[in-house]
Structures are given as structure tokens and as C-alpha cells.
Design a binder for this molecule. Structure first.
Ligand code: COA
Length: 160
């Protein structure tokens, strides 16, 4: 039987280990910065206002985690829930644990007066796209990126 428990400091090293895969899947051209990630988690743990960090536990083992943030949209004039982070340990995937964390997100968002849940994922992350679609999420925006080449700089060291 799985249970939900708050994240504590002892969990942080595992979350940082998992973050490496998360970066590779969702931000493939970014650099995994373990210490920076740890700092961000600690900041929210120390000051957990407008956020939730929980873990999914199976037989005393952490098998997944979820990080939510409550944000305000000044244009729509609403509070929304940023599904900031969701992760299930690889060998537990495909067993609806992701779906149960998304359902928990919905409960938390409603309880905290949020009118929407928002999230972003990599366009090639098929598992997360399948998860969100089965949970009733719809695609609203597409983020475009274009890599640019910088012209080679000429060394301009003036000789005196
Ligand atoms: C995304 C993630 C949380 C899903 O967790 P999960 O426990 O496997 O989720 P579920 O079992 O509830 O649902 C996953 C769905 O994706 C489907 N799926 C898995 N891999 C897939 C793939 N390569 N292509 C298409 N669908 C896929 C599963 O079949 C399942 O759908 P179904 O229930 O209709 O069969 C998990 O894969 C994960 O932690 N990934 C790494 C971190 C990550 O990318 N997080 C999301 C960032 S936005």
C-alpha cells in the first residue's frame, strides 16, 4: 500500500539523484547542476509558503515525489497551481503512480483556491504527455526555440 508523506532533509540526496534523469529527459540541452537544485529544494523546505513537497512511499521506500507551487496570474486575475515537479522512480513507472500524484495535485489545487493547473514538459517526453492527457490536461501553448550561431570574434588586440 502506498502512502503520501512530507519530504524531509534525508530525502534530498535521492531527489538530486533523480533530478539528473529529469534534466536529461526534459531539458536535454541543459546542464545538471546538483548543488543548485539542492539549494532550491532547501529554500522551499525552509519556507514552505504556497508550496507542497511530498513523497510517495511503498514499503518504507520513497518511490516518487511531487512539488507544487501556488502562483498568481495577474492577467487572468487567478491563482493557479504550477505542477512544478513530478517523478516516479524508473522501476515503478507504468503502474498509475504518476496518475495518483496528479490526482493529489488536483485536490491540493482546489483546496488552495487555484483555478487551473499548469505545467510544461519536453515535446519528446511521451510518458509525461500520455500521463497528462489521460488525466484530462490539454495542450495550450507551444514553446519555440532556435539555436543561434554567434559569429566568430576576431581577436582585436592593438599593437602599440
Ligand atoms: C512522467 C512520469 C511521472 C509518469 O509516471 P508513471 O507512474 O509511469 O505514470 P502512469 O503509470 O500513471 O501513466 C503513464 C502513462 O504513460 C504511458 N507511457 C509510458 N511510456 C510511454 C511512451 N514512451 N510513449 C507513450 N506512452 C507512454 C503509460 O502507458 C501510461 O499510460 P496508460 O496508463 O494509459 O497506459 C514518469 O515517467 C517519470 O517520472 N518520468 C521522469 C520524470 C519526468 O519526466 N517527469 C515529468 C516532467 S514534466
Amino acid at each position: 500500500m502506498e502512502t503520501i508523506k512530507p519530504i524531509n532533509r534525508k530525502d534530498i540526496e535521492t531527489l538530486c539523484d533523480w533530478h539528473k534523469e529529469h534534466v536529461a529527459i526534459n531539458f536535454p540541452d541543459s546542464i545538471y547542476k546538483r548543488d543548485l537544485f539542492k539549494e532550491k529544494i532547501l529554500a522551499d523546505l525552509n519556507y514552505p509558503i504556497f508550496s507542497l513537497m511530498v513523497k510517495l512511499v511503498n514499503k518504507k521506500k520513497m518511490i516518487g515525489w511531487l512539488w507544487l507551487k501556488k502562483e498568481f496570474d495577474i492577467y487572468k486575475n487567478i491563482w493557479y497551481c504550477d505542477l512544478h515537479y513530478i517523478h516516479i522512480a524508473p522501476k515503478y513507472r507504468g503502474r498509475n503512480f504518476g496518475e495518483s500524484l496528479v490526482k493529489l495535485t488536483e485536490k491540493w489545487a482546489v483546496k488552495n483556491s487555484c483555478k487551473e493547473i499548469r505545467l510544461g514538459t519536453d515535446a519528446n517526453n511521451q510518458a509525461s504527455i500520455a500521463l497528462y492527457e489521460k488525466c484530462g490536461f490539454v495542450k495550450k501553448r507551444i514553446l519555440f526555440e532556435k539555436k543561434l550561431c554567434q559569429p566568430k570574434r576576431k581577436h582585436n588586440i592593438s599593437k602599440k
